[in-house]
Write a protein that binds this ligand. Structure first.
Ligand SMILES: Nc1nc2c(ncn2[C@@H]2O[C@H](COP(=O)(O)OP(=O)(O)OP(=O)(O)O)[C@@H](O)[C@H]2O)c(=O)[nH]1
Ligand SMILES: [Mg+2]
Length: 311
């Protein structure tokens, strides 16, 4: 664990694997890590498939490394039950940084059963934070409402759009106008990028913003060449500084912690529930309900009383 805190990549990888394997050792690990979290800047990247999240992540890593900052990356794929296949492309593309000790990249998939990614992603984040990565990028792969809401996890949420993807119209629908702290219109080398930026700007200006609230910038990039990425890094730093001084950062982190506690508690309940299945309580209750001696609500109450210690 000390080695992980020194940022030894293999030690960090072992700890993240404990999370993925839902190891019973985690409880102890988390106790040890708790005093060391809170330094990392957690940046979420979200956007339609193919918009350029992985290419942008790769470019961001390059810029952050050039500035001497250590970078962790979690690629989260809620749609795939196993890590591997679906994310192979990401691994290859981010392979530029595979040999850099200052970079840690891991694909997370919902292979466990405890609470899926909602359970494992924040814990993996915790490991990277405690291991001293300055910035942790969380890329969500896949479409639609995901089990892991990147915006809920991140200190700063980057929403990516690109021309030719119907993103302008979809923006409002998908509710992305509320979640972005920084908007990036990628593929600025393509026709229509200016239009997407104008549309987005005007849609953002329609929304009500409180006095003194953060005003999300809309930045053009060509992730493939790295153009505009320096401005994105600058905007991330500005947002972090703003959130820190306004108190927004602490509020978000408290919300993240609340979700995390809930995920761990629900997983613990589920585990106890599983234990209960092997016992006779349920069979006896079932017999009573089947005979008509007990109603299902009363039976459920008794079952819950057995799972949840009185407190
Ligand atoms: N023209 C152009 N193409 C780009 C740019 N950035 C990324 N691409 C290309 O767009 C395609 C998709 O890029 P990815 O980075 O894989 O996109 P993604 O959002 O990670 O995709 P998923 O992980 O599948 O959701 C690739 O072929 C990239 O080379 C850009 O700035 N300009
Ligand atoms: Mg990707």
């Amino acid at each position: 664990m000390a080695r992980a805190r020194d940022g030894e990549v293999r030690a960090v990888a072992r700890l993240v694997s404990l999370v993925e394997d839902e190891s019973p050792l985690l409880r102890e690990v988390m106790v040890a890590l708790a005093p060391h979290v809170g330094r990392a800047h957690v940046v979420g990247l979200t956007g339609s498939p193919g918009v350029g999240k992985s290419t942008s992540t790769n470019a961001l890593i390059g810029h952050l490394r050039a500035a001497g900052r250590r970078v962790g990356v979690l690629a989260v794929d809620p749609s795939s039950p196993f890590s591997g296949g679906a994310l192979l492309g990401d691994r290859v593309r981010m392979g530029d940084h595979a040999l850099d000790e200052g970079v840690f990249i891991r694909s997370m998939a919902s292979r466990g059963h405890l609470g899926g990614l909602a359970w494992s992603t924040p814990q993996a984040l915790r490991v990277l934070d405690a291991a001293g990565y300055d910035v942790v990028l969380v890329e969500t792969v896949g479409v639609g409402q995901s089990e892991v809401e990147v915006a809920g996890l991140a200190d700063t949420t980057v929403v990516l759009l690109a021309p030719g993807m119907g993103d302008g119209i979809q923006a409002a629908k998908a509710g992305i106008l509320e979640i972005g702290d920084v908007y990036v219109v990628n593929k600025a080398d393509r026709d229509g990028a200016d239009q997407v930026r104008r549309d987005l700007r005007s849609m953002l200006s329609l929304g009500e913003r409180r006095e003194g609230a953060w005003k999300p910038p809309v930045l053009p990039t060509v992730a493939r060449s790295g153009e505009g990425i320096d401005a994105v890094v600058a905007a991330l730093d500005e947002h972090r500084a703003f959130a820190e001084s306004s108190g927004g950062l602490l509020r978000r982190r408290a919300r993240r912690a609340r979700d995390e506690i809930e995920a761990v508690a629900v997983a613990a309940l589920r585990a106890r529930w599983g234990d209960l299945h092997g016992r006779t309580d349920l069979d006896e209750l079932a017999a009573e309900v089947a005979r008509g001696d007990l109603d299902p609500y009363g039976a459920a109450d008794r079952l819950l009383a057995a799972v949840t210690p009185a407190g």
